[in-house]
Design a protein. Structure first.
Length: 255
């Protein structure tokens, strides 16, 4: 079974452990056929049973309480579980890209899996399991909207929704540290370090596709954001992390 087919298999698994086990068997030397067209034979994405609600209905608690910290860690774990699925979906869904494209997103999927594992383990030390609290489905909803165009997917998932994680990380880290959770804050440091690399990959392939299609990257992004109803971005922005992730000064100025 080649890389893209295994990615689809992993995407269909319901549990993190099954996805992790599948990803452990894949590497940069796994056979790859970028020309194959797949049809998902099962409901995707595979994920544990979790109550999905609008973002406005998510529970909010002070991080100075044990339950409040658990709710925050759970929310972060939910984002990372979605991020695993998003990386796997990019690999199997979009054909005829260079080999490096698929291996780049394999690396992303593996690192997102590590992030979820860290958060899930920490959540257990707080007396909870993934699924104990509600989550929202904004990340996957954007994946569904952009399922027919890899350019739109790259513009609006890694470069928009996931890049928001770069902006949010300093405040989240401060909340956890000030709430007496240094272990949680240390996990945020790891995630931010890796997410800069993930957004860098999204930026690289977005610009590569714009060049291939003869499109202006900045104008095209604005058009895609309108067409696919991307959320309007609000500050504060983590300019240092965005620059490190490959956004240029003109793009940051437009924020």
């Amino acid at each position: 079974m080649e890389l893209r087919e295994r990615a689809l298999e992993a995407l269909c698994h319901d549990t993190w452990q099954a996805k992790a086990d599948c990803l452990k068997s894949l590497s940069q030397s796994t056979p790859l056929d970028p020309t194959r067209i797949f049809l998902a034979s099962a409901d995707i994405p595979g994920r544990p049973a979790i109550k999905l609600v609008p973002p406005t209905q998510l529970g909010l608690r002070s991080v100075h309480t044990l339950e409040g910290r658990a709710i925050l860690i759970h929310a972060l774990a939910h984002i990372e579980f979605n991020a695993i699925n998003l990386a796997l979906d990019v690999i199997w869904r979009f054909e005829n890209m260079p080999d490096k494209f698929y291996y780049d997103w394999l690396q992303v999927a593996q690192e997102e899996c590590e992030h979820f594992g860290l958060l899930n383990q920490h959540l257990q030390t707080l007396g909870h399991q993934y699924g104990d609290f509600s989550g929202h489905d904004g990340l996957w909803e954007m994946a569904e909207r952009t399922q027919d165009d890899v350019l739109a997917r790259l513009a609006l998932v890694p470069r928009t929704l996931e890049a928001r994680g770069l902006d949010a990380s300093p405040a989240v880290r401060h909340k956890l540290a000030s709430g007496g959770d240094p272990a949680g804050a240390a996990i945020i440091d790891i995630i931010l370090r890796d997410e800069i690399g993930h957004v860098t990959i999204g930026n690289y392939w977005y610009r590569w596709l714009c060049t291939e299609r003869g499109l202006d990257a900045i104008h095209t992004y604005a058009e895609l954001a309108t067409t696919y109803r991307a959320p309007k971005l609000k500050g504060p922005f983590n300019v240092e992390a965005r620059l490190a992730a490959g956004f240029d000064a003109a793009e940051i100025a437009l924020l």
